[in-house]
Design a binder for this molecule. Sequence first.
Ligand SMILES: Nc1ncnc2c1ncn2[C@@H]1O[C@H](COP(=O)(O)OP(=O)(O)O)[C@@H](O)[C@H]1O
Ligand SMILES: [Mg+2]
Length: 603
Amino acid sequence: MNDKSLQEADDARYGATTLIRRLVAEQGLTHWRKYLLAFILMAIAAGCTAFSAYLIGDVINQAYVNKNLPGIVFLGGMTVILFAAKGVATYGQSVVLSQIGNRIVADNQRAVFAKLLTEGLKFYSDRHSTEFIARLSTGAAAATQVINLLITAFGRDLLSLVGLITVMVVQDPLMSFFSFVVAPPAFLVLRKLIRRVYKVARTQFQGSTLVLETLQETLQGIRIVKAFTLEGIMRERFDRQVAAVEHEANKMARLQSRASPLMETLGGCAIAIAITYGGYRVIDTGATPGQFFSFITAFLLAYEPAKRLARLNIELNSGLVGVRILFEVIDSPPSEALDLDKPALQIKSARLEFNDVQFGYRGEQAVLRGMSFVAEPGKLTALVGPSGGGKSTIFNLIMRFYEPDRGKVIIDEQDIAQVSRKSLREHIAYVGQDVFLFRGTIRENIAFGKPGASEDEIVAAAKAAYAHDFIQSFPRGYDTPVGEHGLQLSGGQRQRVAIARALIRNAPIILLDEATAALDSESELQVREAMDRLCQGRTTLAIAHRLHTVAHADRIFVVEQGCVVESGRHDDLLRQEGRYALFCRLQLQQEEPRAAVAELAPP
Ligand SMILES: Nc1ncnc2c1ncn2[C@@H]1O[C@H](COP(=O)(O)OP(=O)(O)O)[C@@H](O)[C@H]1O
Ligand SMILES: [Mg+2]
């Protein structure tokens, strides 16, 4: 299918009527009892309005024709009751509608969030994170907006209109007919506007997403922005995107209001016809003035709901853009569907093997080419090599963030593709280079490694990670807030909290991705001691940038361009005088030029 027909198929799937039908069926009908209540309340309010228009006729006749004061007082009392009843009904109706609306928003937010959690990493690396924020907020709110629009249109406006038109027809059928001749031209013009509204609303949404993206990036990268004095560039970007949204918003406002001049003029014509004809009836044919006033009152009251109904389609269409955005998220097949039906991974000794694995993130471009190696149970296996060689990709495949194109990843004779992701990941503790702490306390962050962990377990893990002492030194101890807000820990401290989080998991397989690369030498020493404890007796795979941190590894694999090019122990590899020896020398030169020169010099 080409782009155009895809677009058309999409448009058919998310056409206005389909969207509305689905919205009502999936999100509206579950609340039908409350909607019915709202509907009844709206009917009461509409009845009150129509009846008060009818009463005006009596008032006029009692005052000007019969000159009956008690009758007028009675009618005045009736009017108060009618308006009070209308007020109460309107109150009840708007509270009920808001309650259902808020529930629908909440349900949709839950649905979208749950959906996002079923997506794989590829899904996220293809998109900007703010796109989800925009979809979550716009989509969830739009569903409510559209449903309420429909309910109020049919409940409040249509019922009022029917009531008022009834009054008009009762008072004067012929005059009613004349007043309605203006309706057909109004509808014809409105229909034309609708298509354009839909288009503009979509552009507007995309524009607002861009604004959010820039905002979020600037906030997250505020250090870089300031350090590189990028304020001007960021402001320009932001200005441009905000201006584009402003432009679209103005376009929308013009479109939405374009109906007004026409509607008002036509309304004026209808009133003029009614007044002229009504006046003629009273003056020339002796009709009662009450009838005439009642008619005019009903007509004027009918004017607002009629106008709203005429505009309904326009507002509906701009709301439907949001609904479509919502359904697009909910409908897209999950990229990492739950596979709980697969058997759980059975760990015996935790031997991990890559068997001729081929993998690329983007189709043809292979990142791993025939990768084969074994991480022996209970041993420390190191992966080293130039950056971009594919080391982190190996971890991505072990955790099944991605699936190999060819070959297998095997743990204890089980192909990990054949076991459930949940069971696989439960047996792995991962510590990466960028430590991510969640908003919350240090205690909560450690406990994320093992939900439901006891206080003793948390403290034990922190002690083993050499984190206990510095945590205790904070005034609030384990209750110290971390994450985006609150106290920011140093790099080494964060790393040790992350190690505690991994330790408490008590997993048989440990993955360390350059876990000490961001640390200074002093904290590195402490972190390394913590890590040595973490790894004891477990199958550990460590990616290391600084080679001396893995010099004691049981086996080292040198990974270059997606293949293992050398393997062995540190000393063996040095003796081989191959790639590893070369890296070692280069690194030594960088870190301690003098020592390197001394070592390289012939004895
Ligand atoms: N999410 C991704 N999408 C596309 N390409 C990626 C992704 N992650 C890494 N790559 C590419 O895969 C190659 C190997 O990356 P990586 O495994 O991170 O290397 P290393 O960890 O050895 O430095 C690099 O060329 C990199 O550009
Ligand atoms: Mg890496």
